[in-house]
Design a protein around this ligand. Structure first.
Ligand SMILES: [Zn+2]
Length: 415
């Protein structure tokens, strides 16, 4: 039996509304999957080695559903710009450099190091349009042992020529990566049309066919700023709305969409009907002054809301910070509209663990049958003495960083 037993103060969310807390307990997994949490270890496991973390916290690994690996280098730069200027002046200039594979290797290692240190154990990652550089990113994240979907970015217009590709090259590179990595256990390909304005209707349609033929999921951007929504309307006058454009292209069968700030009534209905996962990226939305996602309204409508760092619109990879920023933004909405309840800590935590984890199968929780993806958190002994498990987690989310994370497990294996 390939078992892992970790002991400590276990805390996670099964439902958004509340934490499940197991003080000083054993979390047992077999073949990478949780079988149970016990106050006293059952006889069946008594011979197994135990990793005893004493008074530390054991929580599910963080899940980042939206992050741009190449932009890690520009994190914290150009933050006085708005989206479209920022892309042109900073992002596209940087992404050009990834054609140099030496540069790509170093830059992606730098990114991956911090991603794992920050406690992100599952991520949906954008690379650049360079197929060869994207392949390097696959290899680096495989080596790290975390779970990820990685997308070569498809783009054929509205950016400098140096990062654009012909439709044929873009599709060919995409199919090559699917062929090479589709059956990987932890790091898999995802279709990544950058955002609608980077693509023609024809390219979107071809990607839709690939999504269907190869059964590959899709990630993109949706309704991030008002100007972008206007632009999409001009570029694609036949589409009913922004989401419909992806839908009519066959791209919404298994899709995650970042931002989704300015959805129309019909888009909200379609997102729900098609089970589209929406990704709230609070830091990015503040930095680029894009807007505020009406998270409470979406949750009340039963939409699936998760979290993303959106580095480098966001300026931190740490998902505990994204959770906190989501709560803070919801409080700003509450100041303006007191009837709209701000997010609770458990709700933000759920979004950044179980809700996002669902995209990877059963991850992000410690319920029976879930993959054991876990972080072990160490806080100050005085804090540990004074406060409850739930309070200690809240404090870590608000004030902690990678230095508080003393162990990381993916599918029952320490990485
Ligand atoms: Zn983005």
């Amino acid at each position: 039996m390939n078992a892992l037993i970790v002991k400590g103060n276990i805390i996670y969310t099964k439902e958004m509304e509340q934490f499940e807390v197991f003080e000083n307990s054993y979390l047992v997994s077999v073949d990478g999957k949780v079988v149970g949490i016990y106050k006293a270890l059952p006889d069946a496991y008594s011979d197994m080695p135990i990793e005893d973390y004493g008074n530390r916290l054991i929580i599910p690994g963080f899940v980042d559903l939206h992050v741009h690996a190449p932009q890690y280098l520009q994190m914290g730069l150009g933050m006085n710009k708005q989206l479209l200027e920022w892309l042109t002046e900073y992002t596209f200039e940087l992404e050009k450099k990834f054609k140099d594979l030496n540069f790509a290797q170093k830059a992606y290692e730098y990114f991956a190091e911090d991603l794992v240190a920050s406690g992100t154990l599952r991520a949906c990652v954008y690379a650049t349009s360079s197929t060869a550089a994207t392949e390097i990113l696959f290899e680096i994240l495989k080596e790290k042992g975390i779970g990820a979907y990685i997308g070569k970015v498809n783009m054929e217009r509205n950016a400098p020529n140096s990062i654009l590709e012909s439709m044929e090259d873009s599709l060919e590179g995409t199919k090559y990566l699917i062929g090479k990595y589709k059956d990987e256990k932890l790091v898999k390909p995802i279709l990544t049309p950058r955002f609608a304005p980077s693509c023609t209707q024809e390219l979107l349609g071809e990607l839709g066919k690939i999504a269907n033929d190869y059964d590959v999921p899709v990630q993109s951007h949706l309704s991030e700023t008002k100007r972008e929504v206007e632009w999409v309307r001009e570029l694609f006058p036949d589409a009913k709305n922004y989401l419909d454009l992806y839908g009519r292209s066959g791209l919404l069968k298994n899709a995650i969409m970042a931002h989704a700030i300015y959805l129309e009534e019909e888009e909200m209905m379609e997102a729900k009907e098609r089970d589209v996962i929406l990704i709230h990226c609070p830091d990015s939305n503040i930095n680029l002054r894009s807007g505020i996602m009406p998270v409470r309204e979406y949750l009340n409508r039963g939409l699936k809301i998760t979290l993303g760092s959106d580095v480098a619109g966001g300026h931190r990879l740490a998902m505990n910070e994204a959770m906190v920023r989501a709560i803070q933004l919801s409080k700003l909405i509450n100041i303006q509209s007191p009837e709209v309840e701000p997010l609770r800590v458990s709700e933000a935590f759920y979004m950044g663990t179980k809700a996002g984890g669902a995209f990877f199968g059963k991850t992000g929780s410690f319920e029976e049958g879930y993959f054991l993806d876990a972080l072990v958190i160490e806080d100050h002994p005085l804090v540990a003495k004074l406060y409850s498990i739930e309070e200690r987690l809240e404090k870590f989310l608000y004030t902690g960083n990678s230095q508080n994370i003393c162990a990381r497990y993916v599918e029952g294996k320490q990485i």
